[in-house]
Design a protein around this ligand. Structure first.
Ligand code: PMP
Ligand code: GLN
Length: 379
């Protein structure tokens, strides 16, 4: 059997969570919340199941959820959208990204992605017959040199994928990045896929700049988000894609044959949650900032150098004062011998990275964060 993706193995998140379980290590590797989905949302979903709303929804999502997402976008980004024409509910951001990429990318096209890059982009681009042009960003700032990006554009370049707030670095794009990105997209007639799954999680007054805020970007964009991150329900696999009507029409042609529709009771529950408890979204950044601060304070006595996390629920640690192991070996050793599971950063890079940096997820109870930090402070 000839593999279509011969170079691809099992995702690092699967590997490290398995290792954590095997060694009973505290699992700060795969990104998922330890705390439960809000009571109201769970009860609503249970209620809709009980009421018998258990069949297919319209392929693009139920109207009330599209309306609530549009209302959230209007409140947060001051952008008025017709949800019926622009918002498609998907089975997680993963499906939205996959479908957006299949919609856009043709054989021979190139797509610019920034390494460290989330792991689902490249396989989707390659399945569409495209190739990735990797822009290598480095610790500790992971700043983007837009002249390097421009130099990577050629007549095959079809799209750029950005991710802000950024997994795994916790960086957030700034106004000068948006200006440069907009200039590039307009000048070279490119499309944009904007992965904004951590849109509600930014810290210390840093503002998330969504592609939805800028006409010049949004008219060329597929903007992707995830309810899993926002409502602590990563296992429901619920997300959405926002795009101009003509892009949405193309997106929906594929979406209907990837999954047709997504979990109906959750769509009703999420619509009720967005409408009746808007404060959950508003309080999310503060909630996670406290988590980040607990972990940062608990690690302050350690020999790790902590990189700044401006958003997401991830914190990067530089362990160069602690070990000479490469980051993959260091993470295996950490899970097996120290009892803490983390993600090595080099797996998010195409080119070899020798940085001694690992990612911790702080979407955990304070006791878990403190217990993990105590172990890490022993090193
Ligand atoms: N993009 C990024 C940057 C992510 O971190 C994740 C989740 N880990 C996803 C997309 C996928 O989101 P979902 O779980 O909703 O498919
Ligand atoms: N996005 C999560 C992370 O970055 C993992 C999602 C997955 O396991 N596919 O850890």
């Amino acid at each position: 059997f000839q593999s279509k993706l011969p170079a691809l193995g099992t995702s690092i998140f699967t590997q490290m969570s398995a290792l954590a379980n095997q060694h009973q290590a505290i699992n700060l590797s795969q990104g998922f919340p330890e705390f439960d989905t809000p009571e109201f949302l769970k009860n609503q979903v249970a209620l809709y199941i009980e009421r018998g709303l258990n069949q297919y929804s319209p392929s693009s999502g139920i109207a009330s959820l599209q309306q609530q997402i549009a209302a959230l976008i209007a409140r947060k980004y001051r952008t008025q959208l017709n949800g019926e024409q622009t918002i498609t509910v998907t089975s997680g951001a993963t499906e939205a990204l996959f479908v957006a990429i299949q919609t856009l990318v043709r054989p021979g096209d190139e797509v610019i992605i920034f390494d460290p890059a989330y792991d689902s982009y490249q396989p989707a681009i390659e399945l569409a017959g495209g190739t990735c042009k990797h822009i290598h960003l480095t610790a500790p700032d992971y700043a983007i040199d837009w002249q390097v990006v421009e130099a990577a554009v050629n007549d095959k370049t079809r799209a750029i994928i950005i991710n802000t707030p950024h997994n795994p670095t916790g960086k957030v794009l700034k106004p000068h990045d948006i200006t440069a990105l907009t200039g590039l997209i307009e000048k070279h007639d490119l499309y944009l896929i904007s992965d904004e799954v951590y849109e509600h999680i930014t810290f210390d007054g840093v503002t998330h700049l969504s592609a939805l805020m800028y006409d010049a970007l949004f008219k060329r964009a597929f903007v992707v988000s995830s309810f899993g991150k926002t409502f602590h329900c990563t296992g429901w696999k619920m997300g959405y894609c926002v795009a101009p009507p003509q892009f949405t029409a193309e997106f929906r042609k594929l979406h209907q044959y990837v999954t047709f529709s997504s979990f109906t009771p959750a769509q009703h529950g999420l619509a009720a949650m967005l409408e009746q408890q808007p404060e959950h979204v508003e309080q999310l950044a503060g909630f996670y900032q406290q988590k980040r601060d607990v972990l940062v304070a608990a690690l302050s006595a350690s020999r790790f150098k902590l990189l700044a996390s401006e958003g997401t629920y991830f914190l990067l640690l530089d362990y160069s004062d602690i070990s000479d192991l490469n980051d993959v070996d260091f993470c295996h050793w950490l899970a097996q011998k120290v009892g803490v599971a983390a993600i090595p950063l080099s797996v998010f890079y195409k080119a070899k990275s020798t940085d001694k940096v690992i990612r911790l997820c702080f979407a955990k109870n304070d006791e878990t964060l403190i217990a993990a930090a105590e172990k890490l402070c022993q090193l």
